[in-house]
Structure formats: C-alpha cells, structure tokens
Design a binder for this molecule. Structure first.
Ligand code: COA
Ligand code: AMP
Length: 633
C-alpha cells in the first residue's frame, strides 16, 4: 500500500527511479532509458531519449483503448447559451483535421504558433493540433491588450496566430481581430498567417493573403497523423509576469509534463479515468493548460470547457448547475471565484437549488486562500476544500494535501505539505534553512520534478538569474513562507513585484512603465494592495511634474485608460492617486514594500535608510482619503 510519506521520501531520495516508475503509466513510442540527465547548459532534464506524442496520449490512445465514445470535452457556455459534447473519437478527428490545415499552411515540428482564443472547444483543438505536429504553442490570454500580445509575438516568433473573432464577456463582445492586427503592427516579427475562427455575432475582417477563415481551411483539410517527439522537445511556451515589463516565456517539455500530468490527476486530485473533472479557469493560464487540457485528457477523463464567470452568467448558482448537470467529481478554481459567489449568495440559497452527490472535492489555487473563504466553501459544499500552491513555472502543484494518498488533516491557511518530487525548503537571506514557523524564501532543492520548466524560451541567462542564482542548487519560487513543526507550509506572498489579481498573475513594474510614460508624471509607484474580492488590486501613486496643473481625477482617468490599452482590462488598474512625493531610501529607491504594508494595515518598521520618514504620514493620509485598505473595492 502506497503512502504519501513513503512515496515522498522515495521521490526525494531516488528521484530518477521514482519517476521512471511513474513513466510506465503513459504510453511511450520509445520508453526512456534514463530518468534524469543534464543538458548542455547543465540543467536537469527528464526522460531524455524517450519518444512520445502528447496529443496522441490525450486523444488517440483513448480512442484505441476503449474510450472512443466517452465524452472527452463538454462545452458549456452560459454567455452564448451553447452546449456541446465531443467524444474522444470526435475530438481526435477534429484535432487531426485542424493539424491537417496547419500542416497545409507549412507548419512543422519546431515551429511556433500563438493561440489567442476564448474558452471555446477550438482553443483546445488548436493546442492539441499543434502538439500533434510538434509545433510549439503559446496561448495568450484574451484579456491582454495589443502591446502585451506584440511582446509575446516578438519573443515566440510564431509562424501562425490561431485566433477566434472574439470573446464574450458578461455584458459585451470583445472583437479580437482588431487587437491582433494592432499587435502585428506593433511587433517586429510578422507571422505569415492568421487563422480566424468566426463566432456568431463577432465580425472579423480578413486581410487577403495573410488571414484565413478557420472553417474554410478545416473543410478542405485531410487529417494529419501525430509526430513522434523527443521527451525533451518543447510542447508549449506560456508567458507569465516577472519583475520586469517583459514577461517570461516558460517552456514546458513533452515527456516530463505528460508523466507529471498523469501522476497528479491520480495522486493530487484523486481522479480515475472516466471521471468528470472541471478546472474553472481559462486556457490562457497555466491551470487551463494543465487541468482543462492536458491533465484530464491524458488521464482519460471528461473535461469541461466553461465559457462564463462564477457569477452573473446568469447567477451565482452557475458553478453548482454545471457540477450537477455533468456529475463533476472535482472542481478546481481560484479563491476569488468562491469569494465572488459568497458575496452574491452568502447564505447559499442558489447552492440549495442543486444536488451535488458527484462532487467529492473542491481544489483552490492561484492565490492565497483566506480562512473565511475556506470555511464558507467547506460548509456550503460539505466536501473537502483543498488549497494547493503552484506556479506557471512548475506546471503542477508543489504543495498539496495529496488526495490520492488519502487526505491528511487540514490546517486552514496552509496549502499543506510538499507534493512528491518537491524538496521544499525555507531559507534565510544567507541560504541557511530557517527553523519551524520562521519566515523566509521558499525554494525547491534541485532537481525539480518532471513537468517543471526546463528553461525560459531562448533566455537561459534570465532563467539562471531569475531562478537559480539566488541560492545555488535551489530553484527560487518567488514566494515567501514558513513551515510549521508538522511540515505544513504557509505561503505568505510574493517577495517580488508580482501581484495576483483575481488569481491572475501580473507585474506591477509592467504597469509602472505605462504610468511613467504619461507626460505629466514625474515618478510613480504601482503597488498591489489587499482587496476583499480579487485578493489584490494594483494602485498607482504618482508625483506630477513641476508646474502641471491638471485635475487629479483627469490624470487618474487617463492613466486607467492607458493601462487598459497597454496591459489590458485584466490588470484591473482602476486607481491612481496623485501625491506630492514618494517614500524613498537615501539612495533613491522607492519603498514600495513599506507602502504596501501601510495600505494593508500591517505592522512595519521603516527602513533605517529612509530619506524622510514624514512622507509616510502623507502617504497614509492620502490612502485614507481614498478609503484604501481591505474595504476598498
Ligand atoms: N478577454 C477580454 N477581456 C477580459 C477577459 C478576456 N478573456 N477576461 C476578463 N476580461 C476583462 C473583463 O471584462 C473585465 O473588464 P472590465 O474592466 O471592462 O469590466 C476585466 O477584464 C477584469 O476581468 P475579471 O477579473 O474577470 O473581473 P470581472 O469583474 O469581470 O469578474 C470575477 C470578477 C471575480 C467574477 C472574476 O475575476 C473571476 O471569475 N475570477 C476567478 C478567476 C479565475 O478563475 N482565475 C483562474 C486562475 S486559476
Ligand atoms: P501563476 O504563475 O499565475 O500560477 O501564479 C503563481 C503565484 O500565485 C505563486 O507564486 C503564488 O504567489 C500565488 N499562488 C498560487 N497558488 C497559491 C496558493 N495556494 N496560496 C498562496 N499563493 C498562491
């Protein structure tokens, strides 16, 4: 009988053996001869020499092994009123034809493609079709504006952009094509082709010679077969916010990822093939990649593609309706989604309309789960609520109460203990391990387990400087935290300028760059402050140039508009406060952390290097005037 404790120990003491054993759970074309190896740059790689195809594992394997008629994908779109079910056979056939038109467009193994699509089945088909050919996909979330898309185009250098004509938000349609055209204008790299899946009611103008209609290409295409790939070949790039304006291109390989997905479905989520598993996220985020697309499909589950929000589509009972209708066994979402439901349905009146015998677990991740949200979810749903911690970089959970081994006691506020494969430590600034309940930097001792990033896309230097050089031999997660005496880890938040808005990871320095570009702004700081619904929201503090007499409200409106157009609506940048000066050290460094502590009402000691402590009083006053604090919404 396997136990968490024995498997964890083995995964750390004998990682290569442990993971080679897990590798037998997927169907390789050539089984890897070795678990761990090192690449030319000295980084660990998994399953070198193994050959497989992730799209084959997610589709064809199941068609050939008794699941052809099982639903693979259920599309439920309350915003359009559409519902559709694809069996594994149907999904495989759609993907093979999609891959066929990509092949006709000249795409082959090693090329890159950007996918800019909302939560529709074609988004998954685009990803799986790329994976079938060995084309590296990079999905860009629809809430990002054209300049952000342009940055990703220049970095990934896609041959093709696979797009939809638009997305459907709660109260409006968002046309994607003008955003794509603008991004291509801004980018230096010009994709050869844009393929647009036209959605009813959302027009897209096609540029002759460059743009094609998805359905026309699809109708003409012959199915393409899967291409055997090396385990270490890249499957996708997913850009995520770092501490500079330029996002990091996280690379995911094929072999390690497939093994990690298969293992995690069983041992993190306690899911069996055939079960219905629902990650209520978006394919633009890592949760969507791992647990809307690859994890559930590789495991032979039914995945749900939900195009809606937890509330207002049409009401806060929508999640419970989906769970009841499709017999969902596990729901995975962000705490923000639960807070949104709780706010609109505090006493669970909508929940009471549904019967949810199928639901066994609620998994939460993407941001800190506050105890009140945890308690409400547990009481309302009557199932275990499991907070687990991970990142785009890891691709799957690093801390979790691993349900597949049997649940351990829960400590609210903690995402529990390290997942098998993650040798998690908490270090002080000198690299020494801290004692129980002492806070420090959360790191993972190398090697990282399969599935985690092997590198950044074409940027080994940044990979090393961002993650590996702070503590040699360890991966720096970027979060702070502490371990208690039972080994439970409490994540306390980022130790850099990354913030989490409604479970979406964003960079405040990215927003600062935009705000600083306003002609009236002399200097500025954008900080993430605590907010009751979205967990954190960004707020800008700006000092105007000498002699600028503009109305602060006008400046604020202009800055809000600029961030919306340059970063995107998803940044939720809605507040910019004009102040006379910013707190700084004597060497001129803006004290953003101190400002954050003031905003969040936390105790702090101003650094001894502060230039003038009286400015803190002014900042606190201006925050009070703007009602900044947890009550700010
Ligand atoms: N394309 C274009 N715009 C988008 C978008 C997309 N795919 N997704 C969001 N936006 C826009 C929204 O329309 C909104 O624009 P607005 O400022 O004009 O209203 C803005 O970006 C912010 O979106 P969002 O954070 O979704 O806020 P909301 O007020 O519409 O909804 C919640 C609030 C709580 C319901 C929503 O944030 C939510 O569902 N959160 C859970 C997040 C989640 O599941 N994260 C997954 C990570 S695991
Ligand atoms: P992303 O890369 O978008 O998945 O964001 C990863 C970051 O989100 C982490 O570095 C954490 O700061 C935060 N995060 C994710 N899950 C949790 C969690 N369960 N508890 C606390 N923070 C979390």
């Amino acid at each position: 009988m396997r136990s968490y404790e024995s498997d964890y120990r083995r995964s750390i003491e004998q990682p290569a053996e442990f993971w080679l054993e897990q590798a037998h759970e997927i169907d390789w074309f050539e089984f890897p001869q070795q678990g761990l190896s090192q690449d030319a740059q000295g980084h660990y790689r998994w399953f070198e020499g193994g050959k497989l195809n992730t799209s084959y594992l997610a589709l064809d394997y199941h068609v050939e092994n008794g699941r052809a008629d099982q639903p693979a994908l259920i599309y439920d779109s309350p915003v359009t009123g559409k519902k559709q079910i694809y069996t594994y056979r149907e999904l495989r056939d759609e993907v093979a034809k999609t891959a066929g038109f990509l092949r006709d467009l000249g795409l082959q193994k090693g090329d890159t493609a950007i996918v800019y699509m909302p939560m529709i089945p074609q988004a998954l088909m685009a990803m799986l079709a790329c994976a079938r050919l060995g084309v590296v996909h990079s999905v860009v979330f629809g809430g990002f504006a054209a300049p952000e898309l342009a940055i990703r185009i220049d970095d990934a250098k896609p041959k093709v952009i696979l797009a939809a004509s638009g997305g459907v938000e709660i109260s409006r349609h968002i046309a994607y094509k003008p955003i794509i055209d603008h991004a291509i204008d801004l980018a230096e790299h010009k994709p050869e082709t844009v393929v647009v899946y036209k959605r009813p009611g959302i027009e897209a103008e096609l540029q002759e010679g460059r743009d094609y209609d998805w359905e026309t290409l699809f109708a003409q295409a012959e199915p393409a077969d899967y291409v055997p790939l090396e385990a270490t070949d890249p499957l996708y790039i997913l850009y995520t916010s770092g501490t500079t304006g330029k996002p990091k291109g996280i690379v995911r390989d094929n072999g390690g990822y497939a093994v990690a997905m298969k293992y995690s479905m069983r041992y993190v989520y306690d899911i069996e093939p055939g079960d219905v598993y629902w990650a209520a996220s978006d394919v633009g985020w890592v949760v969507g990649h791992s647990y809307i697309v690859y994890g559930p499909l590789i495991h032979g589950c039914t995945t749900i593609v939900f195009e809606g929000k937890p509330i207002k589509t049409p009401d806060p009972g929508t999640f419970w309706r989906v769970i009841q209708e499709y017999n969902v066994r596990a729901l995975f979402t962000a705490p923000t989604a639960i807070r949104a439901i709780k706010k609109e349905d505090p006493s669970g009146i909508y929940k009471a309309k549904y019967d949810l015998p199928s639901l066994k677990y609620l998994f939460l991740a993407g941001e800190r789960c506050d105890v009140a949200t945890y308690e409400w979810a547990k009481d309302t749903l009557g199932v275990p609520v499991i907070d687990h911690w991970w990142q785009t970089e890891s691709g799957w959970a690093m801390l979790a109460n691993m349900a597949g081994y049997g649940l351990a006691p829960v400590k609210p506020g903690s995402a529990s203990r390290p997942v098998c494969g993650y040798d998690l430590r908490v270090l002080d600034p000198d690299g020494a391990e801290v004692g129980p309940n002492e806070e420090g930097a959360v790191v993972i001792k190398l090697p990282l387990p399969p599935g985690c990033l092997p590198n950044l896309w074409n940027d080994n230097e940044r990979f090393v400087s961002s993650y590996l050089s702070a503590y040699p031999g360890y991966y720096l997660a970027g979060d702070g935290g502490y371990k208690d005496e039972d080994g439970y880890v409490f994540i306390t938040g980022r130790i850099d300028d990354v913030i989490n808005v409604a479970g979406h990871r964003l960079s405040t320095s990215d927003m600062e760059e935009v705000v600083a570009a306003h002609p009236a702004v002399a200097e500025c700081a954008v900080i993430g402050i605590e907010e009751a619904l979205k967990g954190q929201v960004p707020v800008g503090f700006v000092v105007l140039k000498e002699g600028v007499m503009t109305d602060p409200a006008e400046i604020e409106a202009e800055l809000v508009d600029m961030v919306r157009k340059k970063v995107g609506p998803i940044a939720c940048f809605r507040k910019a406060i004009v102040v006379s000066r910013l707190p700084k050290t004597r060497s001129g460094k803006i004290l953003r952390k101190t400002m954050r502590f003031i905003a969040d009402g936390k105790k702090f000691t101003p650094p001894s290097t502060i230039e003038d402590p009286t400015v803190l009083v002014e900042i606190e006053e201006s925050m009070k005037e703007e009602h900044i604090g947890v009550a700010f919404a």
